[in-house]
Design a protein around this ligand. Sequence first.
Ligand code: GLN
Length: 383
Amino acid sequence: ANAIMSGLGTTVFEVMSALAREHKSVNLGQGFPDDKGPEEVRRAAAEYLLDGHNQYPPMMGIPELRQAVAEHAKRFQGLDVDWQSEVLVTSGATEALGDCLFGLIEPGDEVVLIEPLYDSYLPIVRRAGGIPKLVRLEPPTWRLPREELAAAFSDRTKLILFNTPMNPCSKVFDRDELEFIAGLCLEHNAYAICDEVYEHIVFEGARHLSLMTLPGMRERTARIGSAGKSFSLTGWKVGYVTAAAEMMRSIAKTHQFMTFTTPPNLQWGAATGLRLSDAYFEGLSSDMQRKRDRLGKALAEIGFGVLPAHGTYFVTTDFRPLGFNGTDDDFCRDITVNAGVTAVPVSAFYDDPVKAPKHFARFCFCKNDSTLDAAIDRLGRYF
Ligand code: GLN
């Protein structure tokens, strides 16, 4: 009965990080920053712990963090959020996704998803009894195929789940695309789960817009964020969901029996982070943009085809110009073992890897200059 889960392999991030450790490669696979994160955020968490806040916090999250999530939504998206009934703290965006999917999907419901997609989405949708309807974006523009998306919706659609800014292809959905998605949700009376963990990692010209701000979407969108991404603290696993009270009731019911709660000191630290100045958030984006440029430019000089990256920690590259003839899995293993640099195969972000593009490798650039330069040097000598 559990074939859905037991049939799965190990997540690509763990597989590639284990291989990176084994071969002592520079790991530009799994997305985690070298940066230690803002000192005041780390101090706030440490002091709260030392002060003795170490018992179960409230199930919905500590009030300070829920208030900070609501204030942050107002500051960056103009959203009016009731922190008491519309905000839930979770153990990472990963739990938030699980709570939303298990809370909202009934067996047999159709769920629209956009490929390439983050690897936790499909197993949970299926485990919840959802029937995935996949719509694929095509490189290098990753433009939304509107007719196909419209055709994926039906009167059986319960929800659409998508991610912007988007991992792995670094697309940032624009207002037009979001309006199109919103129109379909309204027409088919569907929910939207919007994974916005990279909301503060967007580059020149692009601006992150939350689907929840569009007309008619306030009542039917669950918006997911992550302190891991916004404060470069991926090991913390503090996430948050914002959703209208009625939707939230189902999501919170799931949360109460998944984790019930999240460590209080990390919640306190995340609250401190969400209250940082605009300058902090602008600095995060501009730092990442500089890193993107450092890595992207060097990879292009080595001979990779480098696709545009408008947000996230990642850049997608085409390795065919280097003369490599194997698959993306082969390529990522080859450079880990023989060049000492690790990347992640992009086909891992597709339902059926056989029908996925097999010539893209995703490199993570949220690293110190010295790490990036070491990777560049090794790849330069290898190719
Ligand atoms: N989100 C990170 C990435 O895409 C990894 C998260 C994980 O390891 N599960 O690389």
